[in-house]
Structure formats: C-alpha cells, structure tokens
Design a binder for this molecule. Structure first.
Ligand SMILES: [Zn+2]
Ligand SMILES: [Zn+2]
Length: 186
C-alpha cells in the first residue's frame, strides 16, 4: 500500500544529461504539478530503440520500456535523453508522452539550436524545462492548447518553444486539477 503523499514524479536521465539542467526541471515540475520529484536513472541507454536506417531512436518504444520499469510509487516518469528521437510519421520529435499514461520523454538533441552564446545556459535550460512540463502535461491527459502562450501549445520549432511561457493557461490548469483529483481518489 502506497500513501498518496509517497507518490512522486521521477526524472530519469538517460546517458549524458547535465545536472545543471535537471535542477530547474525538478523545481518547475514540483511547482506546476505539486508532486515531489526524484532523480532515478531507469535506462542505461536506448540502443534497443535505434532505427539504423534513420540513425534516430523511436520514442514510443522507449516509453513502453520506461512505463514497465517505473517503481510502484511513480505517479509519472519523465526521461531526458540527448539522442535524437522520432516517431514514424515525423522527421523528429522534441519529446513524446503516453496520453494519460505513466511515461514521457524529452530529447535535448535539438534544443540547443540558434541560441546566442551569451544567453546559452539560460535559454537552453528554459527550453528543456518547457518541454518536460509539456510532455508531463500530456501524461496528465492534457491535450494541445490553442493558446500560444500556454505550455501545452504545440511547438514545431525552437522559436515556438521560446515564444511560449512555462505555465499552463487557466483552462489547462483547471483540467490538470481535475485529473489530479481523479488520481488522488483512486
Ligand atoms: Zn505535445
Ligand atoms: Zn492551455
């Protein structure tokens, strides 16, 4: 039996992920979703998901594996990888989530594009934070939001990512609260 207060959102770095990035991700997850976080590497590598023809990694396969490895006290798990991810219908993805499921993943591979050296760390960390919150939002059943400042807005480019805030709009906040309440009474 796991107490409600023991449920956590796990951050699962895969391979080379800088602690500098994980810290702000952890802080924002805690602030937006209200769960405690913990850092726990669940996968050493994602070679099992490599598509040799594309030289990219199929994120859906990684999500299935992660969901299977998650500890019982996992409310959600967000993996962070530095390899390039894809799903078959798209050239690449910044991340993928199981809608209403346990696992999501983000890739830092393309998040360093077009940043001026003076603001590199700040902009880069902010992008990683936004992508992590966005994908976790999907695991809490949030869908893409038409409000272009909302963190659940769909982004095609890093410029889009930079344009949106790291917060949920009022509408998505209400939906998140509903879902959290639903999870809490289970
Ligand atoms: Zn999305
Ligand atoms: Zn929204």
């Amino acid at each position: 039996m796991i107490l409600q207060s023991e449920y956590k959102i796990f951050i699962s770095p895969i391979g080379n992920v800088d602690l500098e990035v994980i810290k702000p991700v952890s802080r924002e997850i805690n602030s937006i979703f209200g769960y405690q976080t913990d850092v726990l590497p669940l996968l050493e590598d994602v070679n099992f998901a490599l598509d040799p023809a594309r030289n990219q990694y199929h994120s859906t396969q990684i999500l299935e594996k992660l969901a299977g490895l998650a500890l019982p006290q996992t409310i959600k798990v967000v993996a962070i990888t530095d390899v390039d991810l894809f799903i078959p219908i798209l050239t690449h993805v910044y991340g993928e989530a199981q809608l209403g499921g346990k696992a999501c993943i983000i890739s830092t591979y393309r998040l360093n594009e077009g940043i001026s050296p003076t603001s590199f760390t700040e902009t880069y960390c902010f992008r990683v934070v936004k992508e992590a919150i966005h994908e976790l939002g999907h695991t809490f059943k949030l869908r893409h939001c038409p409000d272009h400042t909302c963190i659940m807005h769909y982004c095609r480019t890093v410029e889009d990512v930079d344009r949106k805030s790291d917060q949920l709009c009022r509408y998505c906040s209400v939906l998140l609260e509903d879902e959290k309440n639903r999870l809490a009474v289970k």
